[in-house]
Design a protein around this ligand. Structure first.
Ligand SMILES: [Zn+2]
Ligand SMILES: [Zn+2]
Length: 455
């Protein structure tokens, strides 16, 4: 008998359903303009617009669990078990729901697939089919109103608001055709409720109860508190990982990289990398970055449970990284003061220079006339050396004739430019005209003649 996924995967990307006129206009803005949205949540309709079941699971239940935890002693065995079970079930979400089914970052044996599907049910975040469909829309329409957890709507909204209030819009279309025939996805969706109940409540409680007689502790700590921690740690991927940290690979959108988020989310905190290279089985690209899900998958590969672990081209990853580094350097470059350009300076004759030098402290070096009056007493070699070069061409003296000045001295000298000598620099080569600080500069595309790239 052929299995069929009878789940809300509607709205998957169907090229026939995207109007042709939407493409040139931009699909997101076209959809937002033509698709009807639910009315805004207000004080008069909020109770109708709320997902009461989700409010109970994600807010009320954790609050009740915290109250119960107040009067439930935490035994060492229960604590250790809750931590182990918490990490294990979280892998069902990070390695399974996220990296395997949503992003197809590797191939898993059926055994591993079923294991991850069962473990993932223990965190009670909906079935794989529902979760992966929403997450694919998140990647496809990041930071827009077609992104189900649009980070621009605020930290609280992207964390949990999108769940407890009915969405104002359906998530944008996403292609989930590969999940439709997947027997594990179908099976997990079909038996999701009993699976979630057994994995989230029965097993963690029973282990503590049968293991060391701590039924109450097992229920409160290993089941309910562990569940709340697991759920909110995953929600942090949508909230914190779009808000806290750096953007080392691209700064077009909100996703960020942060060790703190990675510690909370089994390594998913390197979210800036993940949004750039979503099919990479790693979120922590660098070997030392805390990404237990990556280490788990690497181990699964060594044991033969996972194959075809995808990695993105190092060359392209480093290109993205370099682009951001260059942007930072460009900001730094733009924040500094630079010498006047040749074209901004008045051109003066040698005679005029000599005449003006009688009343001003002017020195000519490498074709530029410099006013060094405010530097006269600060010259490390003494003011007498400057004095005897006033009104003369001191190019040779500056570049080694008397003393081979430092790069810093050359950079500072260039800041004193007040004019350019008619006829250029008799002794000056290009290297002497350009201060060392300007030999290498960050230049935007289009700023160089010939389209931006030196020939
Ligand atoms: Zn994201
Ligand atoms: Zn993702």
């Amino acid at each position: 008998m052929e299995l069929k996924l009878d789940v809300p995967l509607a709205n998957e990307l169907d090229p026939d359903r995207i109007p042709a006129e939407a493409v040139p206009e931009n699909f997101v803005s076209y959809t937002l303009k033509h698709q009807e949205a639910r009315p805004p949540v207000t004080w008069s309709n909020w109770y109708r617009e709320m997902h009461w079941l989700y409010l109970f699971i994600f807010c009320i239940l954790p609050t009740l669990a915290l109250i119960a935890a107040w009067s439930t002693p935490l035994r060492l065995g229960t604590f250790i078990w809750a931590v182990i079970y918490g990490y294990t079930t979280a892998l069902g979400i990070t390695a399974g729901y996220h990296r395997l089914w949503t992003h197809r970052a590797y191939k898993a044996t059926k055994g591993l697939e079923y294991t991850l599907a069962i473990l993932g049910a223990g965190v009670v975040e909906g079935s794989i089919a529902w979760w992966a469909r929403a997450h694919r829309a998140h990647h496809r329409y990041t930071d827009t109103d077609l992104d189900p957890y649009n980070a621009h709507k605020g930290l609280l909204y992207s964390h949990i608001g999108w769940l407890i209030f009915k969405p104002r819009r359906r998530p944008g279309p996403a292609d989930v055709s590969d999940l439709r025939p997947n027997p594990v996805v179908i099976w997990q969706h079909k038996y999701y409720l009993p699976l979630a109940f057994i994995m989230a409540i029965v097993i963690p409680t029973a282990v503590c109860g049968y293991g060391w007689g701590d039924w109450r502790g097992g229920f409160v700590w290993a089941s309910l508190i562990r569940l709340a921690v697991g759920q909110h740690s995953t929600f942090c991927i949508n909230s914190l990982c779009h808000w806290l940290g750096d953007k080392p690979y691209d700064d077009k959108l909100t996703p960020t990289d942060s060790l703190f988020s990675a510690l909370l989310t089994m390594g998913e905190g390197y979210h800036n990398y993940h949004h750039q290279f979503p099919m990479d089985y790693r979120n922590g690209y660098k070997w030392y970055q805390y990404d237990p899900t990556k280490w788990f998958l690497w181990t699964c590969e060594k044991l033969g449970f996972a194959t075809h672990l995808k990695t993105f081209s190092d060359n392209e990853v480093q290109k993205g990284e370099l682009t951001i580094q260059l942007k930072h350097l460009r900001h730094k470059q733009e924040a500094l003061s630079w010498p006047s350009e040749k074209s901004d300076l008045p051109v003066i004759t040698w005679e005029d220079y000599q005449r003006q030098a009688e009343s001003r402290t002017l020195i000519c070096i490498a074709g530029f006339v410099h006013d060094i009056s405010d530097f006269f007493d600060k010259h490390p070699g003494g003011s007498h050396l400057l004095e005897k070069n006033v009104g003369k061409d001191a190019t040779t003296a500056f570049f080694g004739g008397l003393y081979d000045h430092s790069h810093a001295a050359h950079n500072l000298l260039a800041m004193k430019r007040v004019g350019i000598l008619l006829g250029g620099a008799p002794h000056g080569s290009e290297e002497r005209v350009v201060p060392p600080s300007q030999h290498l500069r960050i230049t935007r595309y289009g700023e160089l003649a010939g389209g931006g790239y030196p020939q």
